[in-house]
Design a protein around this ligand. Structure first.
Ligand code: ZN
Length: 167
């Protein structure tokens, strides 16, 4: 497999940070709903067209990841199944299910907040987006606002452990 390092953006890139901050707001919604805090937004021509977060626990669905929910929500914006010129911002590196959906939707750019060493397939475990055997390969950019995107996850899992300790 040909490996491609993600593009490391200039830290001063305020537009990307602004969109990732909006994805973080979605992650906070997930946190408040007792879901693993992952959030995502979709951007077309500089405008946010959809927002979503992880709903796996509350919907009891393994498909309830932020990116899958986002792709469903953004559907009305596009004429067919191809999400042309779309950029997806997500606080955590996509898993294999979401990366597959992103490739299938022909999303052009993926911006991630922090890496997921246990399940990420864009950089950590696999580099699916740079595998030349696929006929569509999204551009991968990140990490963006890594401290914030990883600390909300760490905080969530630490609070879960504390609750268990009290019980
Ligand atoms: Zn996923």
């Amino acid at each position: 497999m040909v490996q491609k390092d993600p593009v490391y953006l200039d830290n001063d890139d305020k537009a990307h940070q602004g969109f990732m901050n909006e994805a973080l707001k979605e992650a906070q919604k997930a946190y408040d709903e007792d879901e693993v805090p992952v959030g995502a937004v979709m951007v077309v021509e500089g405008e946010i067209i959809a927002r979503a977060h992880n709903t796996r626990e509350n919907e009891g669905s393994p498909l309830g990841h932020a990116e899958i929910n986002l792709i469903q929500k953004a559907k009305t914006h596009f004429e067919g199944w191809r999400y042309l010129n779309a950029s997806l911002y997500v606080t955590l590196e996509p898993c294999v299910m979401c990366a597959g959906a992103i490739i299938s939707a022909r999303i052009e750019n993926v911006y991630y907040g922090t890496e997921d060493p246990k399940a990420g397939v864009c950089k950590s475990l696999y580099q699916l987006f740079s595998d030349k055997r696929f006929n569509h390969r999204p551009n991968l950019h990140g990490p963006i606002l890594q401290d914030q995107c990883s600390s909300i996850l760490k905080h969530f899992f630490a609070s879960k452990r504390n609750k268990k300790a009290i019980l």
